[in-house]
Design a protein around this ligand. Structure first.
Ligand SMILES: [Zn+2]
Length: 75
């Protein structure tokens, strides 16, 4: 009997952290930036991305996530 195991895997790669003002809670707190990639997996081996890679900011105070531009001068 043969099972074809496939699925999706989402991974977050930390990039850097800066002190910025959060657009959601308004506090000045560390904002961690990371890149999120979702890949198709076959037999638990990630093969190719199924969504474009996007950059996210997580507020250190309210833990809210927001999407940011890829440029290094995000604010
Ligand atoms: Zn916040």
């Amino acid at each position: 009997m043969f099972f074809l195991l496939f699925g999706l895997r989402t991974r977050d790669e930390p990039l850097d952290t800066r002190i910025l003002t959060c657009e959601i809670c308004g506090w000045t707190a560390p904002q961690a930036r990371f890149a999120r990639t979702t890949r198709f997996t076959l037999f638990f081996v990630p093969l190719f991305p199924v969504q474009p890679r996007k950059h996210l900011l997580r507020c250190g105070h309210c833990m809210a996530l927001r999407t940011v531009e890829r440029s290094p001068s995000y604010a």
